[in-house]
Design a protein around this ligand. Sequence first.
Ligand code: CAO
Length: 444
Amino acid sequence: MSIKEILVPDIGSFKDVEIIEIMVKVGDTLAADDSIMTVESDKAAMDIPAPFAGTVTELRIKVGDKVSAGSAILMLDTAGEAVASTTSAPVVKSFTPAATPMVANVPPPTHPAPEVPAHIAPKHRPDPVAAHAEFAGGKPAHASPSVRRFARELGIHPGGAELSRIKGSGPRGRILKEDVQEWIKAELAKPTGEAIGLGLTPAPVIDFAKFGEIDTQPLSRIKKLSGANLHRNWVTAPHVTQFDEADITELEDFRKSMLDEAARRGVKLTLLAFLMKAVVNALRNYPTFNASLAADGESLVLKKYFHVGFACDTPDGLVVPVIRDVNKKDVMDIARELAELSELARERKLKVDAMTGGCFTISSLGGIGGTAFTPIINCPEVAILGLSRADWKPVWNKAGKTFEPRLMLPLSLSYDHRVIDGADGARFTSHLRLMLSDVRRLLL
Ligand code: CAO
């Protein structure tokens, strides 16, 4: 057994620097140059490497300790290990003097001054610039050199924006190795596309209170979840929105004529129920709208079922319940289900099953107002239909003689341009117009 005491090397003007991370524990076998710990001053963080190979028999430090050159770090059993010189060149030549760990032999205690093998040079020198690198416009990523090196090995540019996106769980928000691992895991778990860094300049943090009185309210869980999904869908699917208007004068007459009968059957017969049927008819005629891109982006998955979702406004935020097999249900059944699912959604009793498996979504703001809007596709669906408030408009009649008052329903169809061409977008809304202008066609 040959025990050596490893001391903090000459680290230049750094004195009383805090240990922010210890990478070794008793029993670990180290190779020369393995990082032992990271210390940090107010200017930079730096790793202290092992001067040579050995097994750690005792730690003399803990995180938070303040150390200077000559402070004891650990005891290393070098028996059986070749105390070979490490010939690695310093990474940052401008950093002087060299941060070479000093070594004290134990015993003999008669050697007051620690032995500093001049031929042992640490592989990794502190890099005051890289240690607190910033990316343009962003806040500094707070991470030790070893964590930066680890991140670099995983393809994360340590001086770039990516590292700054990682939330540090260490003291003062420092990014730890585990944080990098968790971040990578989370990125890989995201659907293809989101892991691609967009390289956007982060939004500035603004203290709104500087400009006037404010009140800060936490976002609801639904808002946080749907917000993240909407954001992903917006940036990953190239959206085009096709606007159109459908003449629903006769449809609305028919619906009103059926309201009493529907009420007797306990149903509130809404326009949306008819829209569901018309949409399924259009999906049958334009199957690429009832599809999803395969995860690898190489093929299109065409669905033979017709589950249609509808955006439902609840006090906690937006949810999208799904009505299954709309093609197999009549308008009354659909209207009943719409009411039941909306109620469940508003009472927060909707099961996850009732919100999955949709092929296409309808977002109706018709009961509220507006003339048109650009709905965001509910990916992996490839299209969504927005409905705005139907309004009476003067329409030039078929005979071309006069204007007639017609109830016109504004349609806003957003589609994923990777899957659907503009021509098909226009064909789809034209088809809907046709179906809605004479709902008897839905029977054909
Ligand atoms: N034009 C004119 N009137 C309309 C209409 C339209 N396009 N759509 C509905 N209406 C009328 C209805 O006929 C009803 O009138 P009465 O009370 O006189 O019968 C009234 O508006 C209210 O309808 P409703 O909105 O309660 O019912 P619905 O079946 O049309 O819609 C639902 C149900 C769940 C879609 C709706 O309640 C809802 O939540 N809409 C908001 C969806 C949303 O937030 N979308 C945005 C997503 S993107 O952020």
